[in-house]
Design a protein around this ligand. Structure first.
Ligand code: EPU
Length: 443
């Protein structure tokens, strides 16, 4: 057992400013709103920038708390992160003098673990905190660690930290995941692009954010290709160069607004959004009776003709892409409370992601939670204002949706969770005619 003293300081989480959303329900949404870049792409792209000493420039980066936290983590280890204008970030990783990602980073944002692959492959070593689980499930990182080992890394786990070393360069290899993992695929890819030789990743996640990362890596000079729907192949390079990239639109933010328009029987236009990555979700919308029209970079949603009786119930099951995204399960559930009949919900990706339905029930929803993965929603139920608590960001955004539908005033505590992943969500709902404000807790 190595000396553990350096890691035994007392970890004191920073106090989070407690905010509450106050929402007055009962208004149909109408108007136009813009969709930002995808959180789950932006974070990985920023991590990829550490693969080169040259400058990388990202546009359409969402101004969200998780991007701010990753910026802080990168700066702490010696990376230069400039923020010349809104939604634009420039990253130069010439000097990285501190190959250590501390518990503070992991505690604030699980996705900080995406730095394992790029730092290990470029600098040959890194010490990184185990992010542990969160409110939506256990969320282990064993598959990321196994992938690094398959590329020749030596990794020990002590005192909550992974001590990772690459003797010489990492070497290409066959990475066979026992199940699909999004960040596991991305971490493996980020390590393999600078490894010596050929890597195959199977089954590789198919999420659009993974393909956005592939596109960026190719601009950096990496030889990486999706050679089959579930397979990514990489020929490692010695060096990568800087590149520019615009972050892919956020399909989860778009889906959240589509569900909001449906639930309030509104009519809205989303700009900067694409239907391309929303296939399974749009199938659910179509079977429920929410009309969605897709343009080149706009989406129109019209639910004004559907009175309560017209929304149809629908059984849903979340799956890795191209299935229905687990991140869209919560907003879809809000819509299901307004549909006629019983809808079965199967959350197949995370084990605790139905917990938030307890809060939805406090607003009058008729929900039976059968077990960790299954629930039944009976509708339509008139929702009413209540005092509810947010546990994670997608649930938080969805409680706002429920509050928009509800009769009366809802107070939603824990607003900081929502700021992690949605840029100016309250301002966007205000633009669409909602009555929403942000208050400090206790006011
Ligand atoms: N898993 C393991 N071991 C691992 C990795 C994953 O057992 O080493 C399990 C997970 O516990 C889970 C399943 O595999 O049951 C799939 O998890 P995955 O690794 O695909 O999830 P992730 O990469 O950690 C990303 C998004 C999530 C999104 C999921 C699924 C980021 C930063 N996060 O998480 O986004 O729900 O993919 O699409 O990309 C969110 O944005 O709110 C969010 C939670």
């Amino acid at each position: 057992m190595a000396d553990a003293r350096p890691f035994h300081w007392e970890f004191k989480p920073e106090p989070v400013a407690r905010e509450v959303f106050r929402v007055e329900g009962g208004r149909r949404l109408s108007g136009s709103v813009s969709v930002g870049g995808a959180k789950n792409a932006a974070l990985k792209l920023m991590a990829a920038a550490t693969l080169t000493g040259e400058r990388c420039r990202f546009t359409n980066v969402p101004e969200i708390e998780d991007v701010r936290v990753l910026t802080e983590v990168l700066r702490d280890i010696g990376v230069t992160v400039d923020h010349p204008e809104r939604n634009v970030y420039e990253i130069a990783s010439g000097d990285v003098d501190w190959l250590f990602v501390p518990l503070e980073a992991a505690a604030k944002m699980r996705a900080s673990f995406i730095l394992l692959g790029p730092l290990l492959t470029r600098f040959g070593r890194v010490i990184i905190s185990n992010p542990g689980g969160d409110r939506i499930g256990r969320r282990p990182v064993n598959l990321h660690v196994d992938a690094m080992r398959a590329l020749g890394a030596e990794i020990d786990y002590r005192n909550g930290y992974y001590f990772a070393k690459a003797p010489g360069r990492l070497r290409g290899g066959a990475i066979n995941f026992p199940q699909i993992t999004v960040m596991g695929t991305e971490n493996a890819m980020l390590a393999a692009v600078l490894a010596d030789g050929h890597t195959t990743i199977e089954p590789a996640a198919r999420e659009p954010e993974v393909d956005d990362l592939i596109e960026f890596l190719r601009k950096m000079g990496a030889q990486v290709e999706r050679t089959a729907p579930n397979r990514i192949e990489i020929e490692g390079r010695r060096r990568l160069r800087g590149a520019d990239h615009s972050v892919v639109p956020d399909r989860i933010e778009a889906g959240t607004f589509i569900a909001a328009a449906g639930a309030t029987h509104g009519k809205i236009t989303l700009t900067g959004a694409t239907c391309d990555h929303l296939g399974s979700f749009l199938d659910v919308m179509a079977s429920m009776g929410v009309s969605v029209s897709c343009g080149a970079d706009t989406i129109e949603v019209d639910a004004t003709n559907a009175d309560l009786e017209d929304l149809a119930c629908c059984d849903i099951e979340t799956q890795p892409y191209p299935g229905l995204a687990t991140d869209l399960q919560p907003p879809t559930c809000v819509l299901l409370t307004q549909a006629r009949g019983s809808s079965r919900v199967h959350e197949a990706v995370f084990e605790d992601r139905l917990e938030w339905l307890v809060e939805l029930r406090r607003m009058g929803a008729d929900v039976e939670i059968e077990d960790q993965h299954h629930a039944v929603i009976n509708g339509p139920s008139p929702l009413h204002g209540a005092d509810v608590e947010i546990g994670d960001l997608r649930a938080g955004a969805s409680l706002i949706l429920a509050a928009l539908v509800a009769d009366g005033v809802t107070h939603i505590r824990g607003a900081h969770h929502v700021h992690r992943g949605y840029e100016k969500i309250d301002a966007k709902f205000l633009e669409l005619g909602a009555r929403i404000e942000r208050l400090s807790e206790g006011t």
